[in-house]
Design a protein around this ligand. Structure first.
Ligand SMILES: Cc1ncc(COP(=O)(O)O)c(C=O)c1O
Length: 455
């Protein structure tokens, strides 16, 4: 592999608009297996972000690869107006599991990617709410980069160049307790933030509610139960329950974006199950196919998505519910039936979190450590343990990707992802198949990384 030639061709022929180079020059990987990526020199890089949680079941998972090969040899392609059994079986498996979680009957609707499925959910919501087009969403929320999805994503950065195509969401502060937007303390705040949201409905003058008509101007609230790009922020107990009560009373739908946190990242099929709330719509993607095929979709309550409510052709994409993707997704559902991913993920997550908390005792620059299942966060700060320290995290990522860390006399790299409102949070999403030895290796490499970079 002539890396120099490849990078020169990339610089000439590839749009940079569809990617981001976090490193210069960008790293080229050659092979993957389990929790590791390997470069051309054969250096193992322990991946602690697994393609932003798309590869929950480990790289090159044999179960998924075999399912793909079997489908490739039997029915690899077919137009979506004809049926194939994998689509139906996958929809049934997802709908039954979701019904078991929320006690509500619903249907599954497929598309090719997370953003496209968010777009589909916007149509579903607008259709169900008589064409209302205004949405609430969270500060720090991320829902994708198509025009509709970026209108409900908090970062203006993703909209700045392109003007407005639809209505921008009204962004509400997320319960980010380490940096409480209201300056409160988690233990005695009485969920002040959700009280502030409820205040919007106590008079017509807060611009969202008509008390005479008993009608909100807003159709839905888009949430990530645990913020992904926002820095794996875990809300306090009770928050979502109270939020849902407020929304139900105003006939505002709750759309739960599980694209990053779904499929047991946080110890449950859907992360929101941890918070005792039943959403009206769930959007999923990424780990459904373990990153092998662009397949995503949504689940919605029957009354929102029945064929009478949301008729044939309401959305369409050539590759939606393609046979290769649905076959791999179905294998994921079989795997989830065969093992207790909930217990496994919670146990591994607790072990990893303990190790991170210990790491925090040795490094003042670690301001906050938290986690639920294998969605873990390490917030990197200045010596005061609070001021965001983006420069340090950038340095750590560069060293991690240089492949020059050492454990037991062997060279390693680390693949890390940065998130958070101030780009100072290491968001850890290791493979759900990670072993105890690999967690120990990760903790050892992180220790070395902090020692090398933070001094
Ligand atoms: C929570 C969340 N929503 C939506 C998306 C967009 O999904 P996709 O990149 O597949 O379009 C992502 C992707 O990172 C995500 O994490």
């Amino acid at each position: 592999m002539d890396e120099r030639k490849l990078l020169a061709d990339e610089a000439t022929y590839c749009s940079f608009g569809d990617t981001v180079h976090y490193q210069e020059p960008p790293k080229i990987f050659d092979r993957c297996e389990g929790s590791f990526l390997y470069d051309a020199a054969g250096t193992p890089f322990l991946d602690l972000q697994m393609w932003y949680s798309a590869v929950n079941f480990g790289y090159a998972n044999k179960r998924h690869n075999d399912a793909l090969k079997r489908q490739l040899d039997r029915l690899p392609q077919i137009a979506s107006q004809y049926l194939h059994k994998e689509k139906i079986e996958l929809a049934a498996a997802l709908a039954r599991r979701t019904e078991a979680a929320f006690g509500k009957q619903g249907r599954i609707h497929f598309n090719v990617g997370g953003s496209q499925s968010v777009e589909d959910s916007l149509k579903l919501v607008r259709n169900a709410c008589g064409g209302k087009s205004l949405m609430f969403a969270f500060e720090g929320g991320y829902h994708g980069r198509t025009l509709g999805a970026s209108a409900i994503t908090s970062s203006y950065r993703y909209r700045r160049r392109y003007g407005h195509f639809g209505d921008r969401a009204q962004f509400i502060p997320f319960p980010y307790c380490f940096r409480c937007p209201y300056g409160k303390k988690r233990d005695d705040c009485g969920l002040y933030c959700v009280q502030q949201f409820e205040r919007l409905f106590d008079s017509e003058y807060h611009a969202v509610w008509d008390p005479k008509a008993g009608s909100a101007e807003f159709a839905a609230f888009y949430v990530e139960a645990i913020q992904g790009t926002g820095g794996y922020v875990i809300p306090p107990p009770g928050y979502f329950e109270k939020l849902k009560t407020i929304l139900d009373a105003r006939k505002i739908l709750l759309v739960d974006d599980e694209i990053q946190m779904g499929f047991f990242r946080a110890g449950k099929l859907w992360a929101i199950e941890n918070f005792n709330v039943k959403p009206d719509i769930v959007v999923f993607g990424k780990a459904l196919t373990n990153g092998l095929n662009p397949l995503a979709g949504l689940w919605a309550r029957e009354d929102l998505i029945s064929p009478e409510a949301f008729p044939p052709g309401s959305t369409h994409s050539t590759f939606a519910s393609n046979p290769l993707g649905t076959a791999v997704g179905l294998e994921t559902m079989r795997m989830l039936d065969e093992a207790d991913y909930g217990a496994m993920t919670m146990a591994k997550g607790a072990y990893f979190l303990d190790g991170l908390r210990e790491l925090q005792t040795r490094h003042k620059v670690i301001g906050d450590v938290d986690g639920l299942g294998l969605a873990l966060r390490v917030e990197v700060c200045a010596e005061d343990g609070f001021t965001p320290n983006r420069a340090l995290v950038d340095r750590m990522c560069e060293v991690a990707l240089s492949g020059t860390l050492e454990a037991k006399g062997k060279r390693y790299g680390l693949v890390l992802d940065i998130g958070g409102y101030y780009k100072n949070v290491i968001t850890l999403a290791p493979s759900l198949t990670i072993t105890t030895e690999e967690i120990d290796l990760a903790l050892g490499l992180l220790e070395e990384l902090f020692r090398r970079c933070a001094g």
